[in-house]
Design a protein around this ligand. Structure first.
Ligand code: HAM
Length: 420
């Protein structure tokens, strides 16, 4: 028990962290270029925020939240996603009172109590963006372009962007009713989840994964059949803007997404080769959410992308990772009398901005050289008391095996020069 991590969580070890830096740094760069600023949100929020924000008929709220009472008796939930928290922060910090749109991005862990499998975890990581205060269909298209741009910069190929419009509070009731009418004769045959969805959230009947429900749903009305003129015009404008930006996409009229807050545009990005959990990202508009959370009527739109699934997709496509950060210098001690000076040398190298390491286990010189090799240090400085007395050290360039004698006062310049 003590040496087992909770199911559905993982340790990201130092040997793998460069992958995460790469994904995160690239995301920060893309977001900055599209005018988004980073927001850091709490990992936990009041439970009520998620229940109200995501809707109490969503799977996430019904069965997947990590909810507990804190010591003050308040109900707290580990965030299952970032949108509700971003809305709360937008309101709490009066960001709606400033210039709009407000464009923010975030990265970090999310928590859902789901059945773990490849690509599905209980603690997973998302990068996401949220933009508040604009109805412009150009913004819908631009955030999809941003997501696709990000994947492209990561080298991913074979992605499919699926887009739909799920309507607004005016046209949604029409769709709900038509779906109920369509499924009414087969209600008893639906899976237990869908039988409850039939009353509580009929839209979700469209994206049940159960084979029987899928076959019963053949020919069911879709959101696109029921859009009001305003939603239809918005969706047409979004598609026009996607074409303008050169983003390829497929319209999927059955795409409804798992969270209740969506209005108008909804989209998902799928990739093959990573198993059943092929959605590597998704998002859409949520024009009613700010109001539901107690704010002024404010349109919003955003997406989130799963980093573990991006890693799986990159690895299944055989894409190489950028090299891990390297150790610049290993300071080896040739004899005990040189040890104190070697420690000072190490500090001097670090102060000059070099990554420098030494031995802490009393290893022999030979073993220290071996350790320098394991750490992939670019250079090993060999500090021997005799050379130090003469104001010099030996420097081994690890890639070539070449050895140099370098005066101490020139050591930093020498190393930096060779590294360049
Ligand atoms: P979501 O579709 O629930 O949307 O999650 C977005 C992405 O997070 C998924 O496409 C997937 O890549 C990843 N993901 C979700 N659950 C898991 C899991 N259990 N394990 C691994 N990866 C997972 C949202 O979260 C919305 N907040 C997106 C959004 C932002 N919509 C508007 N703004």
């Amino acid at each position: 028990m003590l040496t087992n991590r909770p199911r559905g969580t993982s340790d990201i070890l130092p040997a793998d962290i460069h992958k995460w830096y790469y994904l995160e740094d690239t995301f920060r760069q893309v977001c900055h270029q599209y005018g988004y600023g980073e927001i850091r949100l709490p990992i936990f929020e009041h439970t009520e925020l998620f229940v109200r924000g995501m809707g109490d008929t969503t799977d996430v709220v019904e069965k997947e939240m990590y909810t507990f009472n804190d010591r003050g008796g308040r109900s707290i939930t580990l965030r299952p996603e970032g949108t509700a928290g971003a809305v709360r922060a937008y309101l709490e910090n009066n960001l709606y009172a400033g210039p709009q749109p407000v464009k923010m991005y975030y990265l970090g862990p999310m928590f859902r109590y789901d059945r773990p499998q490849a690509g599905r975890y209980r603690q997973f990581h998302q990068v996401g963006i949220e933009a508040f205060g604009s109805h412009d269909p150009g913004l819908d298209a631009e955030i999809m372009a941003l997501a696709m741009d990000y994947y492209t910069r990561l080298g991913l190929s074979g992605l499919c962007l699926q887009v739909n419009s799920v309507g607004c509070p005016q046209c949604r009731p029409v769709l709900r009713q038509r779906l109920q009418e369509f499924f009414a004769p087969h209600r008893e045959e639906l899976c237990p989840d869908c039988q409850s969805r039939y009353h509580r959230n009929p839209l979700r009947l469209l994206d049940c994964k159960n084979e029987k429900c899928q076959s019963l749903g053949q020919g069911a009305p879709s959101a696109l059949d029921c859009l009001c003129p305003e939603c239809a015009a918005h969706f047409a404008a979004v598609r026009h803007q996607l074409d303008l930006l050169g983003v390829s996409y497929q319209v999927n009229p059955r795409l409804v997404r798992g969270l209740d807050y969506y209005t108008h545009t909804a989209f998902e990005i799928l990739v093959g080769g990573i198993g059943a959990q092929s959605a590597i990202g998704g998002g859409g508009r949520y024009n009613g959410l700010v109001e539901v959370c107690g704010g002024p009527p404010t349109p919003g739109i955003g997406f989130a992308l799963g980093l573990e699934r991006i890693i799986l997709a990159r690895e299944s496509q055989g894409l190489p990772w950028p090299r891990a950060r390297q150790m610049d210098v290993y300071v080896a001690v040739a004899d005990a009398a040189a040890a104190d000076r070697a420690v000072r040398l190490l500090t001097e190298l670090r102060s000059a901005g070099l990554a420098a390491e030494r031995d802490y286990l009393g290893r022999s010189l030979k073993a220290q050289m071996k350790q320098a090799g394991r750490l992939e240090a670019a250079f090993t400085v060999i500090a021997g008391s005799q050379e130090l007395e003469q104001g010099r050290v030996a420097v081994k360039e690890m890639s070539t095996g070449e050895q140099h004698t370098v005066p101490l006062e020139q050591l930093v310049d020498f190393l930096q020069g060779r590294m360049r």
